[in-house]
Ligand binder design. Structure first.
Ligand code: ZN
Length: 326
């Protein structure tokens, strides 16, 4: 007989009492093309894997406070192509990233110049599927300068571009981002315009760009609004992401939105397109994505430069449903 302290086979299984929304999307696979895992925990990775997330893209962004030197960028980019990808693989989630100088920190010209110099050392690395997230924040002249410089870099490298559109003056900022991309000779099919809403979606789609939507509580989009957008505009060139980061956000936003779409009667093929296929197609243009790599669970006791996600004697999976923590 099993004592209460014996680890059973069941302890190592995914969530046994799954929430109702998880049942609606059972067996589906998801690709979240915008999520900042560096600021999330292993619990999030586990929950995402249990909900069917098999691949993610982590765009380079700012840290919540300004960096003071180029070495912080260098270490951050290194972690996106190194440790973070390894950490993700331990949960069977294929990790990709986009590399770029974010718009906020483009306003520090001396630092921005130094960052531009090191970008070519990172953008050709394995698993880098685009230049991102770049674009406008306050729409300043320096933001424009480094946005343009990075569009040139993307063109040279043949990589897709992931555009962060501003919160303030969104419609104008989104239009300006697209105008400048066209001016630099980028094919709209190589450009993913992110953080869209009801105000911007039509123009982005009409002009042939990919339209990404961030489901982020309180500030960007709620997923009920997302359901309405897919009902109105269909599923062509539209993709959903969580943009989960250190703020109040939800790394399960993509599977949850799929569940809500299912409940709202949206065709399962359309759900598959906006939560998986379109992101795959857009970013596979980098030549860096092989779908066969998705969802392969790697032994959690494997090491990356001598480090693992496990600490002395830990089991590979931790059952969150029990009150006992061993
Ligand atoms: Zn972001």
């Amino acid at each position: 007989m099993c004592g209460i302290h014996d680890l059973t086979e069941q302890d190592l299984q995914p969530l046994t009492h799954s929430p109702a929304w998880l049942d609606k999307i059972k067996g589906m696979r998801f690709f979240d093309p915008h999520v900042h895992m560096t600021s999330r925990t292993t619990d999030d990775y586990q929950a995402m894997a249990d909900a069917g997330v098999v691949a993610i893209i982590e765009p380079a962004f700012w840290l919540g406070q300004p960096r003071t030197g180029v070495d912080s960028f260098r270490d951050y980019y290194s972690s996106l192509v190194g440790w973070e990808r390894f950490r993700s693989s331990q949960f069977g989630i294929k990790h990709y990233c986009t590399i770029g100088l974010n718009s906020k920190e483009a306003n520090n010209e001396k630092l921005a110049e130094a960052v531009m110099e090191i970008l070519p050392q990172f953008i050709y690395k394995e698993g880098v599927v685009g230049i991102g997230e770049i674009g406008f924040d306050d729409q300043t002249p320096l933001e424009e300068k480094y946005y343009r410089a990075q569009l040139e870099l993307a063109k040279e490298a043949g990589l897709p571009v992931q555009i962060h559109t501003p919160h303030r003056d969104k419609k104008q900022g989104t239009r300006r981002s697209m105008d400048i991309a066209i001016e630099h000779g980028l094919d709209p099919h190589m450009v993913i315009v992110d953080h869209n809403n009801e105000e911007t979606v039509k123009e982005v789609l009409d002009r042939g760009f990919w339209a990404a939507f961030t489901i982020y509580p309180f500030t960007k989009m709620g997923n009920e609004r997302m359901v309405d957008i897919v009902k109105q505009y269909g599923s062509e060139r539209i993709m959903v992401n969580s943009a989960a980061d250190w703020g109040i956000s939800d790394p399960l936003a993509v599977p949850k939105t799929a569940a809500l779409m299912h409940e709202s009667g949206i065709d399962s093929n359309d759900i598959h397109l906006v939560t998986y296929i379109n992101a795959l197609k857009a970013f596979a243009q980098s030549g860096q994505i092989n779908e066969a790599d998705f969802g392969i669970v790697i032994d959690q006791s494997e090491k990356f430069n001598g480090s693992t996600v496990l600490r002395g004697g830990q089991q590979p999976r931790h059952n969150k449903n029990t009150t006992i923590i061993r």
